[in-house]
Design a protein around this ligand. Structure first.
Ligand code: SF4
Ligand code: SF4
Length: 316
């Protein structure tokens, strides 16, 4: 495993960060015991950096992981809270459910622009307060927007940005991969730690995983890259690409069979709440009122499934 220092945080993180969305209820829905086995395999490979979010519901997996391994673990999480009280409650929930006095990195989830950040500023003040109290060690912003990175880097006290980037620019709402890369470089030049997400476009680039991973691993401004993994094969392959080891043909064939897609269950009632939630324009009702997925636009972020109270949206 290769390690880097995450900006000025002082954290020595593995260049591969384990994105836990994929093992939790929003995607693979492993039992806690099954999920922890996958996380332990990653830890055995030297991965010490794990990304979660309040919405992912993966804190129980991390709680068990911390009990079962002795090596240091750095945990990042995030919340949509936009008030001071709401963000403090999110941090308390993370501390309680992960079973740690402090969370290493806590982010404002999915910020879009200077306006969103301004509107959510009380939550940022809560993060500043929490860091002052020592219950959070580093703070930042996650974003799918070029403008989100641009605005976040101007936030007083910011330590970390978690932006989307992949070679096709999939999921970047307001620009191209080149635009995003330029903003990442600008933020990095200020000493901000950067760990990327959606290198595989939420699964849409799985068929070109080698090219997609080589692209992000070659970006020197990215301290780490969060990758959602669901089995030891994916963990091994990602580590091999990072270490520039050729993937054996058998493994390559198996990986290509693991393409994931969004599925809509037949009991969907067509209320369109999920379509309103999707910032990628990947969901829409057809003339018959049936929900359809535009797979070429879907980045498998899972945010739509979180608003469906009928549990109609699955990723497999
Ligand atoms: S929120 Fe659920 S029920 Fe409503 S359209 Fe979406 S999938 Fe169907
Ligand atoms: S359809 Fe759902 S999973 Fe796909 S990009 Fe939209 S919100 Fe994310």
């Amino acid at each position: 495993m290769l390690y880097t220092t995450l900006g000025k945080t002082g954290f020595e993180v593995s260049r591969i960060c384990f994105g836990t969305l994929t093992i939790g209820p929003m995607q693979k829905n492993y039992s806690v015991a099954q999920g922890v086995e996958i996380l332990k395999k990653a830890a055995e490979k030297g991965i010490n950096f794990f990304d979660s979010a309040e919405i992912y519901e993966t804190y129980p997996y991390l709680n068990k992981l911390l009990k079962e391994i002795k090596t240091p673990v750095i945990i990042a999480s995030k919340s949509y809270a936009y008030t001071f009280k709401g963000m403090m409650a999110s941090i308390e929930k993370a501390r309680r459910e992960i079973g740690r006095d402090y969370i290493d990195i806590f982010l404002m989830h999915e910020q879009e622009s200077p306006l969103t950040i301004k509107g959510h500023y009380p939550a940022w003040e809560a993060l500043l307060t929490a860091r002052g109290m020592g219950i959070v060690k580093a703070i930042g912003v996650s974003t799918h927007h070029v403008q989100g990175v641009s605005a976040a880097k101007e936030l007083a006290g910011i330590d970390v940005i978690h932006p989307i980037i992949n070679y096709r620019g999939l999921g970047i709402v307001d620009g191209t991969a080149e635009d995003m890369l330029q903003e990442i470089k600008n933020a990095k030049a200020q000493g901000i730690g950067i760990y990327a997400m959606k290198a595989l476009g939420g699964g849409n680039l799985s068929g070109n995983y080698l090219e997609a991973l080589q692209y992000v691993f070659a970006i020197k401004e990215l301290d780490a890259v969060a990758l959602g993994m669901q089995n030891p094969l994916e963990i091994n392959a990602n580590c091999m690409v990072l270490n520039r080891i050729q993937i054996p043909e058998k493994l390559h064939v198996k990986l290509l069979k693991h393409d994931k897609r969004l599925h809509i269950e037949p009991w969907c009632k067509g209320c369109a709440k999920c379509a309103e939630r999707c910032s990628q324009g990947a969901l829409a009702l057809n003339v018959l009122g049936e929900l359809k997925v535009k797979h070429e636009k879907c980045i498998l972020c899972g945010y739509c499934s979180a608003v469906c109270t009928d549990f109609c949206i699955k990723v497999f």
